[in-house]
Structure formats: C-alpha cells, structure tokens
Design a protein around this ligand. Structure first.
Ligand code: PLP
Length: 296
C-alpha cells in the first residue's frame, strides 16, 4: 500500500486542511499519517477561531518519533503551517525523509494567503523560500498571490508569470509549479472571460506553460486548495510523466465536487432559513461571519 505523510491543519468543524485531504486520499488507497499543525475549532476565515498551533517542540518530537519507528513514505504533502518556526522544522525533516527514500515525492502547498491578503505570520514567506531553496520540492501549488510572495515578482500577465516560474525552477530546482488560481486582474494576451478563472502548469525544461480554463461557480468554498493538492499527489503518483494530464483529472473531479457541494449547501441553507431554493443566477445574501450562513 502506498503511504503519505500529511502535514496539515486540523479543524474540529468544517473541511479544510487534513479534514479536506485525508478522506479523499484514503478513499484512493493511500495510508495517511497525519501531523496536525494546528488544532482549531474552525477555519480561520470565520474571523474568530479557538484552539492553538502545535508548539515547535511538539512537532519536532513527532518527527523524532517517526524516525524511531523507522517510518518511510512514498509521498509527503504539506499545507497550512502558521509559523516560520514550524516550517523550518518541516524543512529539516523533509530533507531527511527524502534522503532516506529518494523516490519519495514531496508536494508542497505554500498556504499563506490569497488576493493580496496574508493569513499566516509574514515570516512564513522567508521560511518557505528557504524550504524551496533546499531543492527537495517536486511540486508546488501556490495561487497567484503566493507565487508572487515566493518569487518576489509581481504577476499581471503571461510574460510575468513565466518569469516568476522560471525563477523558481532555476533557483530551487522545482520540477512542477501548478498555479491553482490566477486572479481576475491577471490579463491574457487573448481576450479575458469574466466567467472563468485559470489554473496554469509550468514544468522545468518545458518550453511552454499549460493553461486550464475553469468556469466560475458564484459561491464561497473552503478547503479547495487542500483537496486539489491531495488529488494532485494521487494523480501525479500514478503517472509522473504527465503532470498536464494529472492536473486535468484533478480539475475534472474538483468541478464535480464543487457543483455538488454548492447544490447540497444551498438546499441545506434554504431548509434552515425556510425559504424556497432560488433559481440559478439568483444571489443569496450571506456574510462569512453570519452564524446562519455558516451552518455548512
Ligand atoms: N484556515 C485553516 C485552519 C486552514 O487549514 C486553511 C487552509 O488549509 C485556511 C484557513 C485557508 O483556507 P481557504 O484556502 O479555504 O481560504
């Protein structure tokens, strides 16, 4: 059985971090070992959260324990890590795990923020740069904002995106950079479509980048990046020669999951509010920190 070490957040309520990644990986036949980076009541997007991050000494102890029991992994994935200190501990341990098993794949999701807004400590940016520069990351899955932070390049168009990814391929030896979403301010040389967002793949030594057009579902989702990274690990592991196909397969699954989540969430919301399910195109008002709209 293939096994993965998953270093992610844990939330009691909701589906982000390990709660979004573990079950799909298990369902796909992976034996998943978890290191929880935080133990939170809920996703930080609620604006209020209870619980705490693991301490640096606890996280080190867990990694030491894995060495004691001689764990080896076919893959490592990492997601939400709230402090530079914890990222540094992960970096050191990824180096030893990959040195002990050179065929192991490391997929790093540098969860830091979105659309110009950082939701981890800002020292994390430098810690991730250091982690990348060690040369052990096979795939990284930043969104546009995270790629800007890591590369130090402002990205507004295809040319600048290419420059940013080239910089990381060259300086950090990363095989594949999968930009999970390009923001609405990103401009293509051909015409933009306001009803679509884009995902892009850049591979070391490949001449061109591949772009994927994704129809927007007007709703609010969480844990999307976490599920994306987990599925990408699986698809890439099964066919490491074709990252383009792996991303395509992941996006196809994601589209179905999001459509279904939206439909079920809307039904649940309307039942709770005792209102009729709206027609397609209608907009339901609801704020992120409105306890009613947060029931699901
Ligand atoms: N809060 C926690 C605890 C998380 O684990 C994550 C993502 O993993 C986020 C917030 C950010 O989630 P999203 O990407 O859905 O905004």
């Amino acid at each position: 059985m293939k096994n993965v070490l998953s270093v992610q957040s844990h939330v009691v309520h909701g589906y982000v971090g390990g709660r979004a990644a573990t079950f799909p990986l298990q369902f796909l036949g992976w034996d998943v070992d978890n290191i929880n980076t935080v133990n939170f009541s809920n996703h930080t997007g609620y604006g209020f959260v209870r619980g705490s991050a693991v301490t640096a000494s606890d996280m080190s102890a867990l990694f030491h324990g894995l060495v004691d029991v001689k764990c080896q992994y076919d893959a490592i994935i990492s997601g939400y890590i709230p402090s530079a200190e914890l990222i540094d501990i992960l970096s050191g341990n990824v180096v030893s795990l990959k040195t002990n098993n050179s065929s192991s794949i490391y997929v790093c999701d540098p969860v830091m923020g979105d659309q110009g807004h950082l939701y981890v400590d800002d020292a994390c940016v430098e810690a991730y740069r250091k982690l990348l520069s060690m040369g052990y990351v096979d795939i990284i899955t930043p969104n546009q904002f995270e790629l800007e932070l890591l590369s130090g390049f402002k990205i507004t168009n295809e040319k600048e995106l290419r420059e940013a990814t080239e910089h990381l391929h060259k300086t950090c030896n990363i095989k594949h950079i999968v930009i999970t979403s390009l923001g609405s301010e990103f401009s293509f040389s051909n015409k933009n479509d306001p009803d679509s967002i884009y995902c892009a793949v850049s591979s070391k030594d490949a001449l061109n980048m591949t772009y994927y057009k994704i129809p927007v579902i007007k709703s609010y989702f969480t844990g999307v990046g976490d599920l994306f990274t987990a599925l990408l690990l699986d698809k890439f592991y099964n066919n490491p020669e074709n990252i383009g196909l792996a991303v395509n397969q992941v996006l196809t699954i994601m589209a179905d999951v999001l459509k279904l989540t939206h439909k079920l969430g809307l039904e649940e919301f309307c039942k709770y509010k005792k209102i009729a399910i709206p027609e397609e195109g209608d907009i339901l008002e609801g704020k992120m920190n409105d306890a009613d709209s947060m029931r699901f």
